[in-house]
Design a protein around this ligand. Structure first.
Ligand code: MRU
Length: 370
C-alpha cells in the first residue's frame, strides 16, 4: 500500500490533478482534469467523491479550462465569457444529483461571474479572472470550514456526553463512509471532528463502517486512519447495531450531502441505519457538514433526489461476479435521516441543535445572514 498523500485535489493555476480514489488504497494515481468534460467524468465515475470535494474539483476544472483559453482572450466580450461559464457550470452540476454543494458553488460562482460581467469597463479577461479567483478561493475556505466544524463538533460531542454530570473525558465514536481529507479540500467534516478530538486528547477510539458497496470506509477512511495513526477499528456495516448494543460507542458522527430546511439529512446509504440504532440505544447522533451542504429550498428530505448507482457495484467485486448474473439489484447511494433522529448539525458556524424533534435550518441561516 502506498501512503503518499491525503490530498485529493492537487491544484496550481492552469493544472488540476485528482487523486484517483477508485484505486486507493493500493495505488496513488493522479489524473489530470483540465476541462469540464473530464471533470464531469471524474465526478460521475467517482475518481473524486465526497460532497465538498466534488464541488471544489468541478469549480477548479473550469478554472483550469479558462486559464488554458488564455484568461478570456478568445471570448469576444464579457457577456460571451459569462455565458460560457454559465453553460459549463450547468453541465457540471448534472454529474451527480444528491449532494447540493456543487449546485451551491455553481450559483455562488455564477453570481461572481455575472457581477464581473456587469462591472463598468468589464472585459472577457476580467470576467474570467473573477471566476478563477473565486474558484481558487474555495480551497482555503473549505479547509478553514472543516477545521471549525472539527472544533465545534468535538466540543458538542464532549458536551453531550458530560450533560447532567461527570461524563467520560474521551469519546468512542462511530462513523460511516469517508468524510475526511479525501472527501474535501482537506481535514474533513465528520472525520475532521474525529481528528479534532484526537488533537485534544479527547478521542478514545473511532469505529468506522466498511460502507458497502463502494467501500469508502474500508478503502478510504482506513487509509486516512492509518496515515494519521488514529486509534480505530473497521467494522462490517451489519455489525453496527451489535457494536452499539455492546456499549462500545458514545456517539455517532456522520457527514451529509444535503440538509433540507427542516433538518433532514441525506448521506451515504447506511446512515439511516446508524441513526436508528443510535436512537434505540439513546446515544447522540450528530451530522457534521459545512453550511454549503444546507439546502433551505427543499422543505424536507422527501424532496431530495437520491442517486441510484449501477448494479455492478453490488454484484461484482474487482471485476469478479459475486452474485448470479440474473440477480436484481437496488443500489441507492444515499439515504435520508429525519431530523427527529439527529441530535444536532455541526457546521463551521456552530451547531444547529434539535429542539422538540425539529431542526430549524432556515432560522439558523437567516440568523447567520446566509
Ligand atoms: O458517494 P460518495 O462517496 O460521494 O458519498 C459521500 C458521502 O456520503 C459523504 O458522507 C458526504 O459527501 C460528506 S463528505 C465530507
Amino acid at each position: 500500500m502506498v501512503m503518499s498523500t491525503l490530498q485529493a485535489i492537487q491544484y496550481e493555476r492552469g493544472s488540476l490533478r485528482l487523486l484517483d480514489q477508485r484505486k486507493l488504497p493500493h495505488e496513488s494515481t493522479l489524473i489530470p482534469v483540465n476541462d469540464p468534460e473530464s471533470g464531469w467524468h471524474a465526478v460521475k465515475d467517482m475518481a473524486v467523491r465526497g460532497a465538498p470535494a466534488i464541488a471544489v474539483s468541478a469549480a477548479l476544472c473550469l478554472a483550469v479550462d479558462l486559464t488554458k483559453r488564455g484568461s478570456g482572450e478568445q471570448f469576444p466580450g464579457p457577456r460571451e465569457a459569462e455565458a460560457y461559464v454559465e453553460d459549463r457550470l450547468k453541465y457540471l452540476v448534472t454529474s451527480r444529483p444528491t449532494a447540493v454543494n456543487l449546485q451551491d458553488a455553481a450559483s455562488k460562482l455564477m453570481a461572481v461571474t455575472r457581477k464581473a460581467a456587469q462591472a463598468s469597463g468589464a472585459t472577457s479577461s476580467s470576467v474570467v479572472s473573477a471566476y478563477i479567483d473565486a474558484a481558487e478561493g474555495m480551497i482555503a475556505t473549505d479547509i478553514a470550514s472543516n477545521k471549525s466544524i472539527g472544533k465545534h463538533g468535538a466540543d458538542a460531542i464532549m458536551g453531550s456526553l458530560q450533560a447532567g454530570g461527570a461524563g467520560p473525558s474521551s469519546a468512542r465514536i462511530l462513523t460511516i463512509c469517508n468524510t475526511g481529507s479525501l472527501a474535501t479540500a482537506g481535514y474533513g467534516t465528520a472525520l475532521g471532528v474525529i481528528r479534532s478530538l484526537l488533537a485534544d486528547n479527547r478521542l478514545e477510539h473511532a469505529y468506522f463502517c466498511e460502507t458497502r458497496p463502494f467501500n469508502q470506509g474500508s478503502r478510504l477512511t482506513a487509509y486516512e486512519m492509518a496515515h494519521d495513526n488514529i486509534p480505530s477499528t473497521l467494522i462490517c456495516d451489519s455489525a453496527a447495531a451489535a457494536l452499539v448494543a455492546s456499549g462500545r460507542v458514545d456517539a455517532v458522527v456522520v457527514g451529509a450531502d444535503r440538509v433540507t430546511a427542516n433538518g433532514d439529512a441525506a448521506n451515504k446509504i447506511g446512515t439511516l441505519m446508524l441513526a436508528t440504532v443510535a436512537s434505540h440505544y439513546r446515544i447522540p447522533f450528530f451530522v457534521a457538514a459545512p453550511t454549503t451542504t444546507l439546502d433551505p429550498s427543499l422543505p424536507d428530505g422527501g424532496h431530495i433526489k437520491i442517486e441510484e448507482r449501477p448494479s455492478e457495484e453490488v454484484t461484482h467485486w474487482c471485476g469478479q461476479a459475486i452474485a448470479p448474473a440474473s440477480t436484481q439489484v437496488w443500489n441507492p447511494a444515499f439515504d435520508v435521516t429525519p431530523s427527529s433522529m439527529i441530535t444536532g448539525i455541526i457546521t463551521e458556524r456552530g451547531v444547529i441543535q434539535q429542539e422538540h424533534g425539529r431542526i430549524n435550518v432556515h432560522a439558523f441561516m437567516v440568523a447567520e445572514g446566509l
